[in-house]
Design a protein around this ligand. Structure first.
Ligand code: RET
Length: 297
């Protein structure tokens, strides 16, 4: 049984190798920049919405660290071979490398999602209008389904090279939890989009959040399935064609992860901040900078 990520079995042209390095660097740089946005805008919303910004901050810190580690892992896992002009893992084809410390893995991403997915799902509960009993029950169901979706997918990804049956079975189990998350999120946002207690501009933002959520979260299962490209490529007779298809699959997968991370964490958090700002404004909240206190003294 092979339990290494697909990336380790492919040879990369310098262009493909660099594209992945660049896109992974973009990923962690955006998280750090957005961290500042969420910290600096926290007082632009009324206190009851601020927990959403706090949760975005938690997501940014954990994503920054994991994506930094992910980029370093990419740099360390491959060496340039001047004879072939490609980057390769020194371990390709060596059975004894199971557990090799420098092998590239996407597994850390899943453990990061285990933190971030419940946070992202919970933060919306503080920006739409819910009774505290409903908020609590939604929070429990979101956290349970979100965590189960990631844990089952994490197990599945160990089988991505050469073990299609457990890979697809665990992926299917994960999908059942994903469907529950989608159904809950849709009802939450569609209700918010027609809730009379929410001003029209914020209602429009909630509708937009649904579409952003749906598209960005669908990218993750797409990236999970990328190794199937490698499996089907393996049936081709020409090894160079197999490699170039797999190389494209790896580059596409890392680009997909980065787009998904930026949209599902950063754009989503910004849209929630905007919705909270509209709601705060409609409720008469005015941001104070402390100068009136100084003037009064
Ligand atoms: C897996 C396994 C295959 C089936 C499905 C999956 C869904 C993953 C999702 C992940 C979302 C992650 C987010 C992270 C943000 O930090 C686990 C790939 C359905 C939807 C939003």
């Amino acid at each position: 049984m092979i339990s290494l990520s697909m990336e380790n079995f492919v040879q990369y042209s310098p262009m493909a190798f660099d594209m992945v390095s660049h896109v992974l660097t973009l990923g962690f740089a955006v998280m750090l920049a957005a961290l500042l946005y969420f910290v600096l805008t926290i007082r632009t919303v009324a206190p009851r919405y601020r927990i959403s910004s706090v949760l975005s901050v938690v997501v940014m810190v954990s994503a920054f660290l994991i994506l930094l580690a992910q980029a370093q892992s990419w740099q360390n896992a491959f060496t340039y071979n001047p004879a072939t002009g490609t980057y390769v893992s020194p371990y390709v084809g060596i059975e004894a490398v199971m557990g090799a410390p420098l092998a590239f893995t996407n597994g850390f991403r899943y453990l990061n999602w285990l933190i971030d997915v419940p946070m992202l799902l919970i933060q919306i509960l503080f920006v739409v209008e819910l009774s505290s009993a409903e908020r609590r029950s939604r929070l429990i169901r979101f956290s349970f389904s979100g965590a189960m979706m990631i844990i089952t997918g994490y197990i599945g990804q160990f089988y991505e090279v050469g073990n299609p049956v457990p890979f697809l079975v665990w992926g299917a189990i994960s999908t059942l939890f994903f469907i529950d998350v989608l159904v809950q999120m849709r009802s939450l946002l569609m209700n918010a989009a027609k809730d009379k207690r929410i001003p029209a501009n914020a209602q429009g933002v909630f509708k937009g959040i649904w579409w952003l959520f749906f598209v960005s979260w669908m990218l993750y299962p797409g990236a999970y399935l990328a190794p199937l490209v490698l499996d089907s490529a393996a049936t081709l007779a020409n090894p160079a064609a197999v490699n170039s298809l797999a190389e494209m699959g790896v580059v596409a997968r890392q680009i997909t992860y980065t787009i998904a991370d930026i949209t599902s964490k950063v754009f989503y958090g910004v849209m929630l901040t905007v919705a909270a700002q509209y709601r705060s404004e409609a409720e008469g909240y005015v941001m104070r900078d402390g100068s009136e206190a100084v003037a009064a003294a």
